[in-house]
Design a binder for this molecule. Structure first.
Ligand code: ADP
Length: 521
C-alpha cells in the first residue's frame, strides 16, 4: 500500500518555534548528564528499538518532512526526500545492522614479551555529545551523527542551524514522538551564541559540521577544554574528465554534481578539469544540458534556490571577480544583470578560461557555478586538483578504471568517486570526512560509532604467579633481560635462548618473592 501521495499534506505550522536562549545551556547539560546514566545501561537492542521506531515515524511523516525541509532551504522536494530523508533512513538501518558489530569487545594480540596475558578492547560511551549542524542538509547533517552517538550509548544535545529552524523543530518533534526518554536527545534551536555557550558547558564530545572558518573557532574552544571533536568542513571538489570517459554521462554528472542543492553542498563539483582534446565539446554539451533544467519552483523543479542571502552574495562576488579577471561567461547572467525579482534564485553560471588564482577557484563558492578548465595530461590534472586548501572529495571520469584508481590514489581528498559524483557520502558503510581544511576525523562506517566511544583497553592476567619478571627487585636481571631482548628482536635470534633467558628471569623473580615471603612471614 502507498504510504504517501504525490501531493503531500501541507506542512504543519511551525511558526511557534521555541528558541532556546544561551542561558539554558547549563540546564540542558544537567538533563543530558542525568539521562546518560540510564541510557548507557540500556541494552543495545533496546536502544536500537527506539531508533527503529524513529525510522518508521520518519517514513510515516516523510511528506510533512519533505515539505518542511524544502520550505526552509529552498531545495526541491525530490532533493529533500533523497538527500536528507533517505540518507537518514539509510543511516538508521546501518546502525541497526552494524553498531553491535562495530562496538563488540574485541580480543587483540599480546606480544610474547607479555607472555601469559590476554588483551581486549572495549567501547564505552563518552557521555554527552554536542552536535552542531548547518543549514544546507539540515536534516541529514543533524540526524546522522545524532543516531550514531545515541546508538553508541551517549546522550545528545543537538544545536541545528538557526537558518533552518523549522527543520530543527521537526527533528525535535520526531524524537519526542518516538518516545526517547527525557533528556536523551535535546534539540536546542538558537543562534551561534547558544552553540558557543553549549561548548562552555563542557560536553564530552563535539561533532561539528559547517564552514572551515567556524570549524577553526570550534576547535579552539574545544582545545581550551580538551574536548575531542570531529570537524566536517567545506570543500572545493574537483572533477577530472579524461577524453575516454562516457561523455554524455560525464556531462550529466557534472551538472547534477555542481547544481544539486543549488550548489550548496560541501562535496559540490566546484572545479571541472577536462582533457584538452574534448574541452570544447564538453563545454558545449554542458551548456545544452544546463539549458534543459527546470527552474519553475514547482514540485518537479530541478533547481531550487539559494538558502540565505549572504551565500548568494558570496556567489555574486566570486562570479564577478572571475569575469573581471578574464573568465568567459558561457551560460547564465553577469551578476550586474541578476534581476532583483529573482530573490534567492540564481541562474546557473558556467565559466571557462578562469584564472586559477581567482576566488571562484580557491574559495568555497557554495552556489550554482560551474568552472571548466582544460588539462594536458594526467600529471597536470592531479596537480591542479590538489592545488587547494580543501580536500573533501573528488571525482574521476574515464572508461579505464585502473587509471582512475591510480589517479584516485594521488588525490589529496577524503574520498574519490569514479564515474559518479558526491555519492560516497550516501553509502553509510564508507567512512566520510576530509583532509586539509576540509576537516578532522571521520564518521559513517564502523568508525562512525567508535568516535563516540572511549576505547578502553583491558589487559588480563589470571593472577596465579606471585611475581612478574619485570617487577622489583632488579638484582640479577639485567644480563638475562639483555639476552631476551637480543634474541627476540636482534639480527641473530634464537628462540631457545629467548626461552632460557625468560625462564632464568622467572626463576629469579619467584625465588626472590619466595624469600621475601619467608622474611616477612
Ligand atoms: P553558516 O555561516 O553558513 O551558517 P557556520 O559554519 O557558521 O555556517 O554554522 C554552522 C553551525 O555552527 C550553525 O549551527 C551555527 O549556529 C553554529 N555556529 C556558528 N558559530 C559558532 C560558534 N562560534 N560557536 C558555536 N556554534 C557556532
Amino acid at each position: 500500500m502507498e504510504t504517501s501521495t504525490l501531493h503531500p499534506v501541507p506542512a504543519r505550522e511551525w511558526k511557534e518555534i521555541e528558541l532556546t536562549p544561551p542561558e539554558a545551556g547549563a540546564e540542558l547539560m544537567r538533563r543530558a548528564r542525568e539521562a546518560f546514566d540510564s541510557w548507557r545501561q540500556k541494552s543495545m537492542d533496546e536502544r536500537l528499538s527506539y531508533l527503529r521506531t524513529l525510522r518508521h515515524l520518519i517514513v510515516d511523516r516523510m511528506d510533512e518532512g519533505t515539505a518542511i525541509i524544502s520550505q526552509d532551504t529552498g531545495k526541491p522536494k525530490v532533493e529533500a526526500l533523497t538527500g536528507d530523508i533517505l540518507t537518514v533512513l539509510d543511516a538508521i538501518r546501518h546502525a541497526e545492522k552494524r553498531v553491535k558489530h562495530a562496538l563488540k569487545p574485541r580480543r587483540v594480540r599480546t606480544p610474547i614479551s607479555l607472555i601469559g596475558k590476554r588483551s581486549f578492547v572495549t567501547y564505552q560511551p563518552r557521555g554527552v555529545v554536542l552536535v552542531i549542524s548547518p543549514w544546507n542538509y539540515p536534516f541529514q547533517l543533524s540526524v546522522v551523527p545524532v543516531i550514531a552517538a545515541l546508538a553508541a550509548g551517549n546522550t545528545v544535545i543537538l544545536k541545528p542551524s538557526e537558518v533552518t529552524p523549522r527543520v530543527g523543530a521537526w527533528i525535535a518533534s520526531l524524537f519526542r514522538e518516538a518516545g526517547f526518554p527525557e533528556g536523551v536527545v535535546q534539540v536546542a534551536i538558537g543562534e551561534k551564541k547558544l552553540g558557543a555557550r553549549l561548548i562552555e558547558e563542557h560536553p564530552d564530545y563535539i561533532f561539528f559540521t559547517g564552514s572551515a572558518q567556524t570549524g577553526k573557532i570550534i576547535q579552539q574552544e574545544a582545545a581550551k577544554r580538551l574536548i575531542p571533536t570531529t570537524l566536517e568542513l567545506g570543500g572545493k571538489d574537483p572533477m577530472i574528465v579524461f577524453a575516454d570517459a562516457n561523455l554524455n554521462r560525464a556531462v550529466k554528472g557534472a551538472v547534477w554534481g555542481a547544481l544539486t542543492n543549488c550548489g550548496q553542498v560541501c562535496m559540490s563539483v566546484e572545479r571541472i578539469y577536462v582533457e584538452e582534446t574534448i574541452h570544447d565539446t564538453f563545454v558545449e554539451a554542458l551548456k545544452k544540458e544546463v539549458a534543459r533544467l527546470r527552474l519553475d519552483g514547482g514540485d518537479e523543479t530541478d533547481l531550487g534556490t539559494m538558502t540565505v542571502e549572504r551565500q548568494k552574495e558570496i556567489v555574486r562576488r566570486h562570479v564577478e571577480d572571475a569575469i573581471t579577471s578574464g573568465a568567459k561567461l558561457v551560460s547564465g547572467l553577469h551578476p550586474r544583470d541578476w534581476p532583483e525579482s529573482d530573490g534567492l534564485r540564481v541562474h546557473p553560471v558556467i565559466l571557462t578560461g578562469v584564472d586559477a588564482q581567482s576566488a571562484v577557484m580557491r574559495e568555497e563558492t557554495f552556489g550554482p557555478v560551474i568552472c571548466v578548465l582544460p588539462f594536458r595530461d594526467e600529471a597536470e590534472a592531479i596537480r591542479a586538483a590538489n592545488d587547494s586548501i580543501y580536500g573533501l572529495s573528488a571525482s574521476v571520469w574515464t572508461s579505464d578504471i585502473e587509471k582512475a584508481r591510480q589517479v584516485a590514489q594521488s588525490l589529496e581528498t577524503g574520498s574519490v568517486v569514479i564515474n559518479d559524483v558526491v555519492l560516497s557520502i550516501a553509502n553509510p558503510y564508507l567512512p566520510f570526512g576530509g583532509v586539509k581544511e576540509s576537516g578532522i576525523g571521520r564518521y559513517h562506517g564502523d568508525e562512525g560509532y567508535r568516535i563516540f566511544c572511549h576505547e578502553k583497553s583491558l589487559l588480563i592476567d589470571r593472577g596465579w604467579l606471585p611475581s612478574e619478571v619485570h617487577w622489583f627487585p632488579y638484582q640479577n636481571k639485567l644480563i638475562p633481560f639483555r639476552t631476551l631482548v637480543a634474541n627476540l628482536y636482534g639480527r641473530k635470534r634464537s628462540f631457545f635462548r629467548f626461552v632460557r633467558s625468560y625462564l632464568t628471569l622467572l626463576a629469579t623473580s619467584l625465588r626472590e618473592s619466595g624469600s621475601k615471603g619467608d622474611e616477612t612471614g
